[in-house]
Design a protein around this ligand. Structure first.
Ligand code: ATP
Length: 277
């Protein structure tokens, strides 16, 4: 469904953010892109969704095709109309608008009233809290609810492929788990998902396939099961060591207090011991 080949992207004609990145997302799949800060994950999604130029970036080389058609140079609204919809990092909801107004804004590319109504029903079934709070300003929602609204707003555009950037960022572990379940449900309803995450545990529990980006290059790819079993992924992104020594165990126990409220940085998996794939 999505085919990225030898993609090279720069910002401001100078900063090389991606080099020779290739990636396939088959229809019906959830593919995760893992990597630490600055690896190029967001840049990859911007390149696919047509939002790269607005951030000062440009495709230097390579190709991106969605359902056989090049997306490079096409505006984001046109791509959204084709079913390729981006949920940006940082829950960018319109805080001064109500929940209902945010959702209506998401449907602006959908002209057919019946499709809009069906999308609204889907969003309310997935996120009943958004229906309950439809008249509240989005800025008054909790972080988790704002993430649900950001995903719900994207679903209002009737995507065939959803591009989701770090939905776990800044959320408590229980909410991260809920977001992961919702992404699975969205996929089971027929929407293909390209998921960018630093939280490898959540991402690999949702995805069928994954790639690891390191400094703008794909350094590993495979099924989620293969990557979860790969020792370098386990060390770097899952924080699972084969035999932790006593000192590490003591550090882990001492550091577990902030786990509920703090997002997990890459490589800090020692504090994520409770998560299981
Ligand atoms: P994070 O998890 O921190 O969001 P990331 O893996 O998504 O990281 P990108 O945000 O894609 O990484 O950044 C890749 C590289 O491009 C980094 O070196 C970053 O500093 C640079 N970069 C990103 N956005 C811009 C921009 N708008 N202008 C200039 N350089 C940028």
């Amino acid at each position: 469904m999505l085919q990225v080949r030898n993609l090279k992207v720069r910002y401001g004609g100078a900063v090389l953010a991606l080099q020779a990145v290739s990636l396939d997302v088959p229809a019906g799949a959830v593919v995760a892109v893992l990597g630490s800060n600055g690896a190029g994950k967001t840049t990859l999604l911007r390149s696919v969704s047509g939002t790269l130029a607005a951030c000062g970036g440009a495709v230097d080389e390579g190709s991106i095709e969605f359902e056989g058609r090049s997306v490079v140079g096409r505006p984001a609204a046109a791509l959204a109309g084709d079913g390729l919809v981006h949920v940006p990092e940082g829950r960018r909801v319109f805080t001064h608008l109500t929940v209902a107004e945010n959702l209506r804004a998401g449907a602006f590319t959908v002209k057919d009233r019946a499709r809009r109504a069906a999308a609204a029903r889907r969003v309310h079934e997935l996120f009943p809290v958004l229906h309950e709070r439809r008249d509240q300003r989005a800025g008054l929602l909790s972080g988790g609810q704002q993430q649900m609204l950001a995903i719900g707003r994207a679903l209002m555009a009737c995507p065939r492929m959803l591009l989701v950037d770090e939905p776990s960022l800044g959320l408590a572990p229980r909410m991260v788990g809920r977001i992961g379940e919702v992404l699975k449900e969205i996929n089971e309803q027929g929407t293909t998902v390209l998921l960018v995450e630093q939280n490898a545990i959540m991402a690999l529990s949702v995805a069928s396939h994954a790639v690891v980006l390191t400094l703008g290059t794909v350094t590993l790819s495979g099924t989620a099961t293969q990557l979860a079993a790969d020792q370098s992924v386990r060390d770097l992104y899952l924080g699972i060591r084969a035999e932790p020594d006593e000192e590490e165990t003591a550090e882990r126990e001492a550091g577990s207090g902030d786990c509920e409220a703090t997002p997990a940085p890459a490589g800090a998996g020692a504090r994520l011991g409770r998560w299981e794939l």
